[in-house]
Design a protein around this ligand. Structure first.
Ligand code: 13P
Length: 250
């Protein structure tokens, strides 16, 4: 069976001291919740400090981005080797990076491969824009995004996917549980066709987009949905704890 996962993407929020405070607020309770992978993804600058705060607990750490080269003259970038030392997961291909930082499918693919090479587990984000959704092009867009992401089975065995419809991110307009389940079912079916049933059955696929403590149940009770990638609601300790708790109880 696939273990559910709740990952908090803090995006560009919290100073180092605020990040430590937020983790301290939920560390003990979060640590005690079983049957769900609990991942927090703070900004790069807080990773080292938070690694220490969660040492010895069941809370896992993730980064929000990565560069694909191992080292060298790439001023300002963070390499896979640096991250492998600090965390277990890394979010790759978030729509905000595709949109604001011009990340193409090719770049995303390079990043996923670079992460896997050093043993980091990518949380690969895919999702369609509102106009693509309204034009009935969701499956086509997702297929394109999945296609630009390599042809090898190992690739899908090593990662977590997150379906994040762009129109649902930060808008308060989440997809319905049925909508998300249907689309994630499509993604799983596509992976099955490309890489076989076993790979498709084992890969965890999360939903992301305006997930809160009030609507998480709607998603995690769906058979195809293995958890959530949570943005805004992951910045409030009580809200994130409630999301994780509800997920552990399904
Ligand atoms: P919100 O939960 O704030 O809509 O953000 C979702 C997201 O982008 C997580 O990666």
């Amino acid at each position: 069976m696939r273990i559910p996962m709740i990952a908090g993407n803090w995006k560009m929020n919290t100073t180092v001291s605020e990040a430590i405070e937020l983790v301290n607020e939920m560390r003990q309770e979060l640590d005690q919740i079983d049957n769900v992978d609990k991942v927090i993804c703070p900004p790069f600058v807080s990773l080292a400090a938070i690694k220490e705060v969660i040492e010895g607990s069941s809370i896992k750490l993730g980064a929000q981005n990565i560069y694909f080269e191992e080292k060298g003259a790439y001023t300002g970038e963070i390499s896979p080797l640096m991250l492998a030392d600090l965390c277990e997961f890394v979010i790759i291909g978030h729509s905000e990076r595709r949109q604001h930082f011009n990340e193409t499918g090719e770049i995303v693919d390079k990043k996923v491969k670079a992460a896997l090479k050093v043993g980091l587990k990518p949380i690969l984000c895919i999702g369609e824009r509102l106009e693509e959704n309204e034009a009935g092009r969701t499956e086509e867009v997702l297929t394109e995004q999945l296609n630009s992401s390599s042809d090898r089975i190992y690739y899908f065995s090593g990662l977590v996917l997150a379906y994040e419809p762009i129109w649902a991110i930060g808008t308060g307009r989440a997809a319905t549980g049925e909508q998300a389940n249907e689309t994630i079912g499509f993604i799983r079916q596509y992976i099955s066709q490309q890489h076989g049933e076993k790979v498709a059955h084992n890969v965890r696929i999360l939903y992301g987009g305006s997930v809160t403590a009030d609507n998480i149940a709607e998603f995690i009770n769906q058979p195809e949905i293995d958890g959530a990638l949570v943005g805004g609601a992951s910045l409030k300790a009580s809200e994130f704890l409630s999301i994780v708790k509800q997920t552990s109880e399904i």
